[in-house]
Design a binder for this molecule. Structure first.
Ligand SMILES: [Zn+2]
Length: 456
């Protein structure tokens, strides 16, 4: 029996997005995540280039969590012949389906502009769902006599998992994305010990965040300032986790009388849907959030009288007719598309208004361009002057900062043989590699695309 485990680094080696790794062991081919590269558009050439393996030969796909850069290419994988089984936690499956269907609108538009068929169809999403099975945390899936994979809570978004892979007396841990614990809604990242090989994310490998507490106080100040000056607060929020976390905190601030009782628009069909999925899986939230939930009726944990959910396009368009101070939460989180673009076009020119960035902004995205201080930007063909304040609150990040990543590695094992640093921009990954080597005296590398390592 060949008991070598071959770990192939494809998408996510040297990049933040496009997570895609392949394990070959005991005659099986197992994919870990299958995400899109996220840049200016999803309609990026790299998302159409051939897979570096034959999808027909893949036996299993394990999905760490429901972010597009971890799931966005699954329908294409199925179209190109994948017929194996897909595994994730139950919330990941539900949110992925909502996310993939929601993304179709943007994909169709982008593809049409380039005169191509969309990256995938609704039917292909449905076909993927038919292959999908769900497994809770900490319940191992035995794939072979000597090969088991177990999900552990990574605390990044609801249902997010790390994969603990047991093979030939060794333990390999793939982190997926690691949460910025403590989070107001989620459990802390689970501790995993006795790891031999670690595949580690590094989005913020070279930076630390402000504390969540500081950022929450800053959010309160920004809401107050913007509302008092009569402006609009635009929150390009990721529909999954960030939106629910911010709704949860705005509700708390209103109840405690710390911010004015202004109208809050949740202007994102996806976020509205995902918030319902959060209500369905309350048992995946932390005990404190569960307690608050149990005291409220019917999932009021995320809603309050000032909240207006605008599902239909006409409702979204009419937000601009409400001429009072207001908060608008809309996608996409990096301003790469979606309804936030209309609001940015309407209010970025207004010096009383604020654009608040709370998450990672990928290179080349409008969010990143604004974050870097552009004074004029192009939005849907129009030139827009930026007179509004643009503020970044790093404490709302859903990813661990550099120190926390290092602490995570340190707590993982005293027998770590090697750390493979992935899912980061090169400068971030390489900085973390150096810190792991220098501070922890553990071998670490940032593998290149198509590099593979034999782990056994
Ligand atoms: Zn993620």
């Amino acid at each position: 029996m060949n008991d070598k485990l071959k770990f192939n680094f494809y998408g996510g080696a040297g990049t933040v997005t496009g997570a895609n790794f392949l394990i070959e062991v005991q005659g099986l081919k197992i994919l870990l995540d299958c995400g899109v590269m996220q840049g200016e558009t999803i309609e990026d050439r790299t998302n159409r280039s051939p897979f570096p393996y034959n999808p027909e030969e893949i036996n299993y796909l394990f999905v760490s969590h429901a972010h597009l850069d971890h799931v966005g290419l699954i329908p294409r994988l199925v179209r190109e012949g994948f017929r194996g089984k897909i595994f994730s936690t139950p919330p990941t499956k539900d949110i992925t389906e909502a996310l993939l269907i929601d993304s179709l609108g943007v994909l169709r538009k982008e593809a049409k502009a380039e005169d191509k068929p969309a990256l995938y169809t609704e039917e292909e999403v449905e076909n993927a769902m038919k292959l999908w099975e769900t497994i809770p945390y900490r319940q191992g899936i035995k794939l072979k006599d000597d090969l088991t994979i177990t999900f552990r809570d990574s605390g990044h978004i609801i249902g997010s998992a790390m994969f603990e892979i047991f093979h030939a007396g060794k333990k390999i841990l793939y982190t997926g994305d690691l949460g910025n614990s403590p989070s107001p809604l989620l459990n802390d990242t689970e501790m995993v010990t006795d790891v031999d090989y670690l595949i580690l994310e590094s989005v913020y490998g070279d930076r630390n965040h402000a504390s969540h507490k500081e950022s929450k106080e800053a959010l309160e100040d920004i809401i107050e300032d913007t509302m008092n000056s009569g402006g609009t607060l635009m929150l390009p929020a990721f529909s999954i986790e960030k939106t629910q976390e911010i709704l949860f905190e705005i509700k708390e601030m209103m109840i405690q009388g710390r911010i004015p009782l202004v109208r809050v628009y949740l202007d994102s069909p996806l976020a509205i849907k995902v918030t319902d999925i959060y209500r369905k899986y309350v048992d995946y939230l932390n005990p404190e959030a569960q307690k608050i939930f149990s005291k409220t009726k019917n999932g009021e944990i995320f809603s309050f009288p000032q909240l207006v959910q605008t599902l239909a396009t006409e409702e979204s368009v009419s937000i601009k007719d409400y001429h009072h101070p207001k908060i608008i939460i809309a996608g996409s989180g990096m301003s790469t598309g979606g309804r936030i673009l209309h609001h940015e076009k309407n209010y970025l020119g207004d010096p009383r208004s604020t654009l608040l960035l709370t998450g990672y902004q990928s290179t080349r995205t409008l969010g990143r361009i604004l974050q870097e201080g552009a004074r004029t930007v192009k939005i849907m063909g129009d030139t827009v002057n930026v007179n509004a304040r643009v503020v970044t609150l790093s404490g709302y990040s859903a990813h661990k900062g550099s120190d926390d990543l290092l602490n995570f590695v340190n707590a993982t094992s005293d027998k770590l043989k090697k750390v493979f640093v992935v899912l980061g921009e090169p400068k971030s990954s390489l900085f973390l590699v150096q810190r792991i080597r220098d501070n922890l005296a553990i071998d670490a590398v940032a593998p290149a695309y198509r590099e593979f390592h034999l782990l056994s």
